[in-house]
Design a protein around this ligand. Structure first.
Ligand SMILES: [Zn+2]
Length: 126
């Protein structure tokens, strides 16, 4: 029987600076180097002044849960189901997808406050 998990591994581009931050234990997000506006992840230029000079800065690591999904089958090699992925809005503004710690299931409400934890280069909100 064909292993369907081998064909669905996501290959999303992720910025090297963001990944380097996670390796150091930091959650980084993009800001404009000219007007200092917080920018969405993946922005190629500033939405406020149009500058292409962006920088990565450390987040305080606090965010609110906007939405989430619980996977009952693993789509990520080395990650056992069930696991959850949430859409978080950082206090600084940008939104990002990250693992959601399932141990706090009673708090899974829209707008619930979560803290980022970076360990071994992996980002989880819990
Ligand atoms: Zn700007």
């Amino acid at each position: 029987m064909k292993d369907v998990n081998q064909d669905v591994t996501p290959e999303a581009p992720v910025d090297d600076d963001f990944l380097a931050g996670l390796e150091r234990g930091e959650l980084l997000y993009p800001r404009c180097a000219d007007c200092n506006a917080a920018l969405p992840f993946g922005a190629a230029s500033c939405l406020h002044c149009g500058s292409a000079h962006l920088k990565w800065v450390a987040s305080a690591g606090e965010g609110s849960l906007q939405s989430y999904v619980i996977y009952h089958r693993s789509y990520v090699p080395g990650v056992e189901a069930p696991y959850a992925v949430g859409l978080f809005q950082l206090e600084e503004g940008p939104r990002l997808l990250a693992r959601l710690d399932l141990s706090g299931q009673d708090r899974f409400v829209r707008g619930g406050e979560f803290a980022a934890r970076v360990q071994d280069g992996q980002l989880t909100f819990g």
